[in-house]
Design a protein around this ligand. Structure first.
Ligand SMILES: [Zn+2]
Ligand SMILES: [Zn+2]
Length: 364
């Protein structure tokens, strides 16, 4: 039996299963690490982006740039608009450029498995409205028009809650009973108004151009970076992105560690099996040797007289003489035939310790 055959003999269903789990774990870890690297490089891009205040110097800078374009820059400014602003429905004096009204339904639902009433919230409607708006610096001129704000995944976070109202549902006794039986009780609705108010300080990161006699900031060409509109300052945006990236890295490291631990246990188990297989091989050779010794000794020892020897016959067949020493326990209790017939991994019939080796017994 070659070494390769021995190794292949060790591979069983469990090993295949464990190896697959290891492969999946390793790939997952690699994917998580890849996501981490992407977030990290995004954060790096934002960190390196030049930042400008909105003033006449900035206008000159953009006008004189090639194609009157700065491909990826950050600007700080206050939200303003040249058209009539949007009014909050609940507080008409609150004005802004983006308004989102959501209605959330609150229900008590009977848990089929938990057997308790559980609160369940569900957004049932969402309506939003927006008007063109600009960012301005300290003075009312120049303005930078914000183009396609909804293209920025960060935009809705800029809006703040300006009104929140809970409207309880009025249910009759009959409806209450029906609700109790059906396992669903409506508690009411929350109406929320979120608004990007005039005067909110924003940081906008994107492509700035001078066209149609005005400054505009718009989604950048995709190879430059993300279009960001945020209430946070640039430094805070970077640290938010970094902490996201760190979570992915942590997940990647944990997954990698789990895979390596699994690999360690697979290897340890296979090594154990390998050692046993080697022992079995040597044992077979040694048994052969003992058998040869038996032929040599047969003249001196009458096998039928085995019962009369001091040590008695083999403890398994109770017929043949005890012919070999079991190692490592050292018991002399068995004949070659019975030792050979023991199921693998072979165990000493007296003490159950594993038969690692055997040596022939010589009668003086
Ligand atoms: Zn025997
Ligand atoms: Zn023993």
């Amino acid at each position: 039996m070659t070494l390769l055959e021995t190794l292949l003999g060790l591979v069983d269903e469990r090993t295949v299963l464990e190896a697959s789990a290891f492969a999946v774990g390793t790939s997952l870890s690699a994917i998580l690490y890849f996501i981490h690297r992407r977030y990290d490089s995004k954060a790096k891009v934002v960190e390196d982006v030049p930042i400008f205040d909105i003033n006449s110097d900035f206008t000159t800078l953009v006008k004189e740039a090639p194609f009157s374009t700065l491909p990826y820059v950050a600007i700080n400014g206050k939200v303003s608009t040249l058209t009539a602003p949007l009014h909050s429905q609940a507080n008409p004096s609150t004005v802004g450029v983006f308004l989102k009204k959501t209605t959330t339904e609150h229900k008590d639902v009977w848990g089929k498995y938990t057997h308790v009433w559980q609160n369940e919230d569900r957004e049932v409607t969402a309506i939003s409205d927006s008007i063109p708006f600009d960012l301005q610096g300290l003075s009312s001129h120049p303005l930078v028009r914000v183009v396609d704000p909804m293209q920025s995944a960060w935009f809705e976070e800029c809006a703040e809650v300006v009104n929140e109202e809970f409207v309880p549902s009025h249910t009759s006794t009959v409806e209450s009973i029906v609700g109790f039986v059906s396992g669903e009780r409506l508690k009411g609705y929350t109406q929320t108004e979120k608004m990007l108010r005039l005067g909110t300080k924003l940081c906008a990161i994107g492509e700035v151009v001078y066209e149609d006699n005005m400054l505009k900031i718009k989604p950048p060409a995709s190879n430059f970076g993300e279009y960001i509109l945020s209430k946070f300052r640039k430094g805070e945006i970077v640290s938010q992105m970094r902490s996201k990236s760190k979570i992915w890295k942590l997940l990647a490291v944990l997954m990698g560690a789990a895979s390596l631990t699994a690999l360690y246990f697979i290897m340890r188990r296979l090594h154990g099996k390998y050692v046993i297989a080697q022992d079995e091989r040597r044992l077979a050779e040694e048994l052969e040797e003992v058998r040869n010794q038996r032929t040599v000794q047969s003249g001196q020892l009458n096998r039928d007289d085995a019962r009369n020897t001091n040590q008695g016959p083999c403890v398994v067949c109770l017929t043949n003489p005890r012919e070999c020493v079991i190692l490592n326990c050292g018991h002399i209790c068995i004949c070659v035939d019975c030792l050979e017939a023991l199921p693998t991994p072979k165990e000493c019939p007296l003490c159950r310790s594993r038969v690692v080796r055997t040596v022939p017994l010589f009668h003086a």
